[in-house]
Design a binder for this molecule. Structure first.
Ligand code: URA
Length: 234
C-alpha cells in the first residue's frame, strides 16, 4: 500500500470515529506523524507496542532501544501517567523501573496498591528523550494518540498525572504542579489528580510537615479514599 493510501486510511476525519476501523491492515503503522491515530486503532497494548517499536512520529524514535508502552493491569481503575522513559526504562522496555520507579512502588504500597493489580502505568512519550531531558511539545503531541488509545483501552476512573509534562499534555493545565497537586480535576467521566513526580521527591528528602514527601503522603491517601468510594458505588 502506498504512503498516500496509508494517510487516507488514517485521515483526520476518521479520528472522530469511536468504532474501531474494521478495515485497517494490521501491518499499517501510523509511525509517521502525518498519519493520525484514530480512536479504536488498537484493541490491545501488544498491538500498540508493535507499532511503537517501529515508530518515527518524532525524533525520539531514532535512538530508542525499546519503546516503553506501559505496564500493570489493563483493566485498572487507576492509571498513572509519567513523563517519559529514562535509561533503565529504555533498556528494559518497562516504565518506572529506575530509582523513581522504586519510590513509586513504595508510595503505591503505602496505601496497599500494586502496579500488577491496581494501576496501569505509562508515560506521555514512549521513547527516551536524550539525556533524560523533558519531551518537547512536538514530541508529546506526536505521541498523544498512543496515550489517548491507552486511556480508551484501560478506561480508568482515576488518572494520576505525575509532574508537569503529564499535566500540560493531557489537560492543558499550565500552572505549576506545586500549585495544583492534590486537587481533583473532573473531565468527562474521569477524575484526574496532579501529583509530584517521584524524581522530584528523590531530590527533596525531607519528611517534615509541608515538605513534598509529606504532601505526597496526603495525596496518595486521598487517592485511596476516592478509589474506595468509587469501588463501593460500582
Ligand atoms: N520513568 C518513567 O517511566 N517515567 C518517568 O517519568 C520517569 C521515570
Amino acid at each position: 500500500m502506498s504512503a498516500e493510501n496509508q494517510i487516507d486510511l488514517f485521515d483526520v476525519a476518521g479520528a472522530v470515529a469511536s468504532a474501531p476501523p474494521q478495515d485497517v491492515d494490521p501491518e499499517l503503522i501510523p509511525t509517521d506523524v502525518k498519519i493520525p491515530i484514530p480512536a479504536g486503532t488498537y484493541q490491545t497494548m501488544e498491538q500498540m507496542k508493535a507499532h511503537c517499536d517501529r515508530c518515527h512520529r518524532c525524533v525520539l524514535g531514532e535512538n530508542r532501544t525499546n519503546a516503553v508502552i506501559g505496564e500493570g493491569n489493563v483493566h485498572a481503575d487507576i492509571m498513572l501517567v509519567g513523563e517519559g522513559p529514562g535509561q533503565t526504562e529504555d533498556e528494559t522496555g518497562r516504565p518506572f523501573v529506575g530509582r523513581s520507579g522504586e519510590l513509586l512502588d513504595k508510595i503505591l504500597a503505602s496505601v496497599k496498591l500494586t502496579r500488577e493489580q491496581d494501576v496501569f502505568i505509562c508515560n506521555v512519550v514512549k521513547c527516551r528523550p536524550p539525556e533524560n531531558r523533558e519531551p518537547t511539545l512536538q514530541e508529546a503531541d506526536a505521541c498523544k494518540g498512543y496515550l489517548l488509545e491507552q486511556i480508551r483501552i484501560v478506561d480508568p476512573k482515576i488518572i494520576l498525572l505525575t509532574g508537569k509534562t503529564a499535566l500540560r499534555n493531557l489537560l492543558g493545565v499550565k500552572e505549576g504542579i506545586t500549585k495544583v497537586r492534590g486537587q481533583w480535576i473532573e473531565r468527562g467521566d474521569r477524575l484526574y489528580m496532579p501529583i509530584f513526580h517521584p524524581a522530584y521527591l528523590l531530590r527533596n528528602q525531607s519528611r517534615e510537615k509541608g515538605s513534598p514527601k509529606w504532601l505526597m503522603w496526603q495525596d496518595i491517601q486521598a487517592v485511596r479514599v476516592k478509589l474506595d468510594e468509587i469501588q463501593a458505588q460500582s
